[in-house]
Design a protein around this ligand. Sequence first.
Ligand SMILES: C[S@@+](CC[C@H](N)C(=O)[O-])C[C@H]1O[C@@H](n2cnc3c(N)ncnc32)[C@H](O)[C@@H]1O
Length: 223
Amino acid sequence: MFMTSLFHASGGLIYHLRALRHARRLWQPYRAAVAGWLADWRPDTGHLLLLGPSGGYTLPRDFLGRFARVTAVEPDPLARLILARRFAGLNLDWETPGADLLDPVRRHPGAAILFCNLLGQDWRGTGGESARTARLARLRADLAGRSWASYHDVVSSGVAPMFHGPLRDDAATLESLLAHFWTGGELPLVDHGTHPLGAGRPADYVLWRLAPGRYHLVGWVTS
Ligand SMILES: C[S@@+](CC[C@H](N)C(=O)[O-])C[C@H]1O[C@@H](n2cnc3c(N)ncnc32)[C@H](O)[C@@H]1O
């Protein structure tokens, strides 16, 4: 099924060690931007479905506490443990991913859906631009009528940007978006293939300094 190619089990131990080391300082501007986006997202339901939350390093308790029930879909057992400890006291339950990314979404027709930096994780260099755009169009169609939101890697690079955002951009082209963050010239980068997810509407962006010398441009799109 094509949806399985939207993700892979990124994260794991290295990711948790990175979070331990960098979440409080290096990741802080990114976490603050995500917190702001989530604060403004007001789905009209008491049930939230989290896809790929890892240890919840980017999820504020205040935000999750707005929901009577939170279902986390996360294959990494260590992430589950960390998440459960971090959010003890919340009504949190668990599910294992299905064969298709949207299986949990179909199981919970009344839930709002949050893709927690999951989309685009397995897209590096796979398929051409038109194939990736078609996959995202299909994803949007499958989510029609649902309340959903996603933060996701757009590009990543080892080159330090001149600007870190946050920024709202009309997202006309990926090139015009990148020009806000990096000066001209050749820019070695990985395109995570998610830029078309916004379907041409203005979207929000921020720089995530994942580790020294590793920069991810993260986008935020809501239904
Ligand atoms: C880049 S990490 C997410 C980071 C995390 N949301 C954060 O902001 O710190 C991607 C996560 O997706 C999880 N994952 C992989 N495949 C998945 C799937 N099919 N459904 C849900 N989560 C999945 C991985 O275990 C990993 O924790």
